[in-house]
Design a protein around this ligand. Sequence first.
Ligand code: ADP
Ligand code: GN1
Ligand code: MG
Length: 350
Amino acid sequence: MEKIYSQFAIDGLPVSCAPYGSGHINQTYLLVTSRPRLYILQGLNTHVFKNMDGLMGNVIAVTEHLRKKSSDPRAALRLVPTVDGKPYLHTKDDKYYRMYDFVLDSLCLDKAETPDDLYQSGVAFGAFQNQLADFPAETLTETIPHFHDTPDRYRLFREAIAENEAGRLKDVQAEVDAFLSYEKEAGTLVNMGLPLRVTHNDTKLNNVMLDAATRTPLCVIDLDTVMPGLAANDFGDTIRFGAATAAEDEKDLSKVEMSLELYRAYASGFLKACGDRLTEQEIDTLPWGAKLMTLECGVRFLTDYLNGDVYFHVKYEGQNLDRCRTQLKFVRDMETKWDEMNRIIAELKA
Ligand code: ADP
Ligand code: GN1
Ligand code: MG
């Protein structure tokens, strides 16, 4: 990595550079210098993102916008320029890298330790949507077209089944059939005519930084998918990941449930921070966001398993299959809690 980080305007001499975090898409490294200063260096995933200049244009515009909304330097990511003054690095072999200041004295959680952690992450994503309400949405590049178009995800799933690229179909027929049985629900949100907002679209708990001392939100990170989208999807993707009682790749499915306590905590933080921005109809659709984001993510994991693990980083063969199974279990668990999920939203709305 030395050839890469030496091309950024870092403060001090490099001391160490090691893989960092648990993101599934980019290659992330923590760089420490002699000052000492901490930086996040990322090799961007050109298989996933096809328009890197558009993507980085979004990141620059969104972080500048957020910076104007707060006096705290940790409230928005800050890009470290290259030595020749560019906001990111495009190498001769067509790879892309960017560097951020490390958000200091922060926490980034893979799992909520208390319901309040989830409440606070709801506040973070609700506030994010609120702060971007006056952002010119038409200037954003759609970094992944049809990103949360669940019917289109099913189309790609059917393609993967037909092609059976990795020869794995025979082992996963039960999972394939189970996901196909939900296909009729896939268009529920996209066909409702809901308002398009500037949304984050990847609201995993580990895409929020909390203040280590107060455990309150500092900023939202992983801005690669900020695009016009549905509020319910931003709500739902955190429920999918953050309100789960087990890890996304847990093998023991008896451990996988949606915690209504965590669901309520996130919903109350999110609704509070969104303020009066959401319409009644948008609020009413939040439980659907949770169900469809989980269903869609499960379909994406299984599609990637069938394609031979070409999209999400995997640490072992079968990880995408484990991931799709937890999502299926989570959808089924939500079905048993559906009335209560709707009741909680109605109660918080009132
Ligand atoms: P991916 O798209 O692969 O998920 P992220 O941008 O989310 O990439 O980064 C992966 C992880 O790196 C995050 O979950 C977080 O732990 C850490 N990270 C990213 N940016 C920063 C930052 N500026 N300061 C501190 N940690 C960061
Ligand atoms: C990816 O990048 P990361 O790990 O925060 C993915 C999300 C999925 C998530 C599943 C750009 O998020 O859409 O929901 O994995 N990001 C992209 O854990 O595809
Ligand atoms: Mg991430």
